[in-house]
Design a protein around this ligand. Structure first.
Ligand SMILES: [Zn+2]
Length: 512
């Protein structure tokens, strides 16, 4: 048995039901076999466990590991050749992305996440080309990279069976293209045409393969309403009912998606997926920027969760999610960095600070999230969106020992008035360089800038070498295709929202 005592001047065990921080001063955690067994005083635990290893110490603050509850890729689309666009055009510009080997790609963003205090990631694998064996191999390469670095990961391979580029059938979109463009576009669609039944089989195969693993779990990601037929929505709900695996689904990310839902269903996207059973505490909706008040009520009434992807919503011109309305209705909100944060990286401390400040509505009494609310979103609420659930996101006995130790001396140097609440200082001021030690399941995976299991400089050098090669033939073709289809994608969305809801002046409640 491995026994460790984790010591810190302040330990954040978690939050009370009312959201107040549960802090222990000058305490210690007894960790056995990756699990917090006891919270006690330092001297007492040292006496009763004289042979235990010791981590942390004076001048440090311990918090539960952070959860990045919405993540897709490693090197960012910007790095790989796609500038930021409104989401619907970005799908087209991303055709140009270069290929990165899955291990290197996954490690790249894992380095960024762990170094900013993330111990658990919700990895939503959007797409991988080929048949079931190729998709399983791609999934395995991503998951193996997390196992290699020691992170906890909830992995899902996104379900998707239609409308692969714009919000209409692939065949209909091909008809819009000049004949000389059709073969290349059709060939692209064919690469990602795994039948629904085989996508479901991939999920079950992965669940079987990783069933016994402490740090890896498999969940369900119906990608988004427009990408799913009703049959696929029904399949996702069935998979959840059959296995108890939680569900993470993009929904209502942009106004175009709200218009799409109206055209398809005559009502709201959320009402539609609700009819299929895709609401409830086991369901998390990614984004939810364009929810109406009725959607928010439905979300709250069914206990459905939301993952707020603030940076992404800015970068892709999706809008500002009504976070204060979500929380006023008691909806648990997690935080996700999505494809890339505001600094084009996966810095969870930065993302928390962004969310803290974006939703400070003007006015003395108007609502705004408090630093403690933000940290609870990034821990407890993020945890609840994953299959790890209440095993993570807190440091109380019985919970996984996923712990971040912050160098408080560095964070507060040269001075910090002690009357400012600890969590206020933490959320406002913590930078990556203050992250001293990161433990997952009681194991130190990062300490003083060094990853204990993976050679970061060597891996980055491998990425530099691999990506320094010239574009291969397939990459060059996709780059040309992206540029060639872009005007057709753009014209597809001309007037799209007006068609669904009428011109703006006839929509008194357009943004409600
Ligand atoms: Zn996403």
């Amino acid at each position: 048995m491995t026994t460790t005592i984790v010591e810190a001047d302040h330990i954040l065990l978690g939050f009370t039901a009312e959201g107040a921080p549960d802090l222990v001063e000058n305490g210690a955690l007894l960790v056995e076999n990756g699990v917090v067994r006891e919270v006690g005083d330092r001297a007492g635990l040292q006496r009763s466990h004289p042979d235990a290893g010791r981590v942390g110490g004076r001048g440090q603050v311990a918090i539960p590991g952070l959860v990045n509850a919405h993540h897709h890729v490693g090197l960012t689309p910007l790095q790989l050749g796609s500038a930021d666009h409104p989401l619907e055009l970005w799908f087209a510009s991303r055709l140009a992305l270069r290929d990165v080997p899955a291990r290197l790609d996954t490690l790249y963003s894992a380095f960024e996440m762990v170094a900013s205090g993330v111990t658990t990631v919700q990895h939503l694998h959007s797409r991988a080309p080929g048949g079931p064996d190729a998709v399983l191999a791609a999934a395995g390469a991503v998951i193996d990279a997390y196992r290699e670095i020691g992170m906890r990961a909830s992995y899902s391979f996104a379900l998707r069976d239609q409308n692969r580029l714009v919000y209409e059938a692939d065949e209909a979109f091909l008809e819009r293209l000049p004949p000389d463009l059709r073969p290349a576009m059709a060939a692209y669609f064919r690469r990602f045409a795994l039948p629904l039944a085989e996508q479901v089989a991939v999920f079950h195969a992965l669940r079987g393969r990783y069933a016994g693993e402490d740090r890896i779990a498999i969940q369900i990601a119906p990608s988004n309403l427009h990408w799913l037929s009703d049959a696929a929505l029904a399949s996702a709900a069935e998979m959840a009912a059959e296995t108890g695996a939680p569900v993470h689904m993009h929904l209502l990310e942009t106004p175009y998606q709200r218009a799409y839902a109206s055209k398809r269903t005559g009502g709201s996207a959320l009402e539609h997926v609700h009819r299929f059973g895709l609401t409830g505490p086991h369901v998390t909706l990614g984004h939810g920027v364009w929810m109406t008040q009725a959607d928010i009520d439905l979300c709250a009434g069914t206990g459905t969760r939301i993952c707020h992807n603030c940076s992404s919503n800015f970068r892709l011109k999706s809008g500002v999610a009504p976070l204060n309305r979500f929380t006023a209705h008691g909806i648990p909100v997690a935080l996700g960095i999505d494809e890339a944060g505001i600094n084009d990286d996966r810095d969870m401390l930065q993302e928390m600070r962004l969310v803290l400040n974006v939703h400070r509505e003007p006015g003395i009494d108007s609502p705004h999230p408090k630093p403690a609310d933000i940290l609870r979103m990034a821990t407890e609420h993020g945890a609840a969106t994953t299959p790890f659930g209440t095993r993570i996101g807190h440091l109380r006995p019985g919970g996984a020992a996923d712990i971040v130790l912050l160098d408080w001396n560095r964070l507060t140097y040269p001075y910090q008035n002690p009357e400012i609440a600890l969590l206020d200082v933490l959320v406002h001021r913590a930078r990556r360089e203050c992250v001293r030690t990161v433990l997952v399941a009681g194991e130190v995976i990062y300490e003083a800038g060094i990853f204990t299991r993976v050679d970061r400089p060597g891996t980055l050098a491998d990425i530099a070498q691999r990506m320094g090669l010239p574009l291969d033939g397939a990459e060059r073709e996709r780059r040309q295709l992206a540029a060639a289809v872009m005007p057709h994608v753009r014209s597809f969305y001309d007037g799209y929202i007006d068609e669904a809801f009428g011109p703006p002046h006839t929509r008194p409640n357009a943004s409600a």
